[in-house]
Design a protein around this ligand. Structure first.
Ligand SMILES: [Zn+2]
Length: 322
């Protein structure tokens, strides 16, 4: 069987930077050398810590955003950043609280969100995640495997407590509901909601102030992302703190504007696909033009063109009955 190494990192085909940030953890488990077009991520030494609610901090700079939930019962982490950031992340978490990290819940299996699982598991944390992260590296089991290595994942990185639906943690005077949402950024996304603190964390379903990446090859879809955002909007209010997978801590109004952008760009690309246009012609129509000032800032991880390409791959593949 021919192993398509670039197939390990669907993001890598789309954008060199994304290959670094969005590769499933299996890529790091199985391929010591990253794709030739990508430099390995530099170890992170300085992280930014933000106190968003009593007992809830957000750490940026370790890869994807990390949520630290601390209190009398110990620490729960949502996501663990890149493996190369583990040492810095451990230091940052320790500065917030000296209590042990009891649980790690991963929003999905990409390396910039689950790469530090192993470091915290070694320290005794119980890693929780979607069932498919054990067997499929976060990919959609129904989707054709991009290569033979897609099912491989490091033993120490895999969740030991898994769910196909939802799980609740009752700690630190609050209740954290972790609920699976189908086929959104990937096939294995979990959305977190703290009931008392009134905080939600959406993982890479939400990229605040920038275009998202949809990992179609791992089972993600635009419709699933919109549905997950709608579900969050329905359960939040003007006071709710909304933590994105990438970008600054946000709120309901910004999440609603992001939803509007997803729907509008999706409609334009869908209509173009239905007229038989190919991706290059669709890009020529600049379907994101009206949103670029807000979401297409220079230096963003996902350029407008890459976002449109991922929407196209999703919609075109469904049209041909993937
Ligand atoms: Zn991701």
């Amino acid at each position: 069987m021919t192993v398509n190494r670039s197939g390990l990192t669907s993001c890598g085909r789309a954008l060199a930077v994304l290959a670094t940030l969005c590769a499933p953890i299996v890529a790091y488990a199985q391929t010591p050398a990253p794709p030739s077009t990508v430099d390995p991520p530099e170890p992170v030494t300085e992280l930014r810590v933000q106190d968003v609610r009593p007992g809830v901090h957000v750490i940026a700079g370790a890869g994807g955003n990390v949520v630290v939930w601390s209190g009398a019962d110990g620490i729960v982490l949502v996501d663990t950043g890149l493996a190369t950031s583990s040492a810095a992340l451990v230091d940052a978490v320790t500065r917030i609280s000296a209590a042990p990290v009891k649980f790690v819940i991963v929003t999905h299996g990409h390396a910039d969100h689950a790469g530090g699982n192993e470091a915290f598991a070694h320290k005794g944390a119980v890693v929780i995640g979607h069932e498919s992260l054990r067997e499929h590296g976060g990919r959609d089991p129904a989707a054709p495997a991009a290569n033979a290595e897609a099912s491989a994942i490091t033993l120490a990185s895999r969740p030991v407590l898994t769910t196909l639906d939802a799980i609740a943690l009752h700690l630190n005077g609050d209740r954290l509901d972790a609920v699976h949402v189908a086929d959104a950024h990937t096939a294995s996304d979990i959305v977190m909601r703290w009931n008392e603190a009134d905080v939600v964390a959406l993982g890479d379903i939400y990229w605040s102030g920038q275009y998202p990446y949809i990992d179609v090859e791992s089972g993600g879809s635009l419709a699933g992302m919109v549905a997950a955002v709608e579900g969050t909007l329905a359960r939040s209010n003007a006071r709710t703190v909304v933590v994105p997978g990438h970008g600054p801590v946000s709120n309901r109004a910004e999440l609603a504007a992001y939803r509007d952008m997803l729907v509008a760009v999706g409609r334009k690309v869908r209509e173009a696909v239905e007229t038989g246009m190919g991706i290059e012609d669709i890009l020529g129509t600049r379907p994101t033009a009206e949103f670029d000032a807000k979401f297409g800032r220079p230096g963003a991880i996902v350029a407008p063109e890459e976002f449109v390409r991922s929407v196209y791959r999703d919609l075109a593949s469904r049209r041909t009955g993937r």
